[in-house]
Design a protein around this ligand. Structure first.
Ligand code: GRF
Length: 206
């Protein structure tokens, strides 16, 4: 039985593309479906090009956010996903959705959490003047980018750079780190420490 991954996007979908290129159809892992919060997102085309089923769950199409989240959750459950990946999903998901997928919902964030959670993380880091930045893949809990860290990777920012340049450096890491996290979870190599569930152990192959 394949390990089935649902990916949620809002825009470009370059992280989705990395998953399609390096994880999909390998080692028993399948990108089973892709949902966007926005019609016309470029990521929807990327999914369609790879033959992956897509749908749009815009808040405007539902009575409120909880109704949208419930419909999205039902759609993912109907597709029997084992893991839900937020890959540039730019909307807040409500508590009921997060509890429903607890432990099988991850996000990729363009900073070294807990520094610079929320939107415009790269701009926040540059404004602060940090000398090191990075990427975090974490389980999603009900806070804003506060869930247990699965993987992190840092890079040096020896002097102030243009946002676009740092975005490119960040993306390059994201496109490796997120697939690595998904592969590890799919292979059962990711465990929470029972004595401290914030601590996530990832066994990487030698
Ligand atoms: C990424 O930088 C990710 O960290 C953030 O949103 C961006 C999405 O980019 N959460 P893309 O849509 O995958 O190209």
């Amino acid at each position: 039985m394949a390990f089935r991954v649902g990916v949620l996007i809002s825009g470009e979908g370059s992280n989705l593309q990395a998953l399609l290129d390096t994880v999909h159809g390998r080692d028993g892992v399948e990108i089973a479906c892709v949902a966007s919060s926005r019609a016309g997102a470029r990521g929807l085309e990327r999914a369609a090009d790879a033959g992956v089923e897509t749908a749009v769950f815009a808040k405007a199409g539902h009575t409120d956010r909880d109704a949208r989240d419930a419909a999205l959750g039902n759609w993912l459950d109907d597709r029997r996903v084992d893991l839900v990946v937020l890959a540039g999903f730019m909307e807040i998901l409500g508590g009921p959705f997060i509890r429903r997928f607890e432990g099988r919902l991850i996000n990729v964030h363009p900073s070294l959490l807990p520094a610079f959670p929320g939107v415009r993380a790269i701009e926040q880091a540059l404004d602060y003047g940090v000398k090191v930045s990075g990427v975090t893949v974490h389980f999603v809990d009900e806070g804003v980018d506060t869930g247990p860290v699965v993987l992190q990777e840092a890079f040096a920012l020896p002097y102030a750079r243009a946002v676009e340049e740092v975005e490119a450096m960040t993306h390059e890491i994201e496109h490796r780190l997120l697939p690595r996290a998904v592969r590890a979870i799919a292979a059962g190599r990711v465990r929470r420490d029972p004595s401290n569930p914030r601590v996530v152990r990832v066994d990487e192959p030698a």
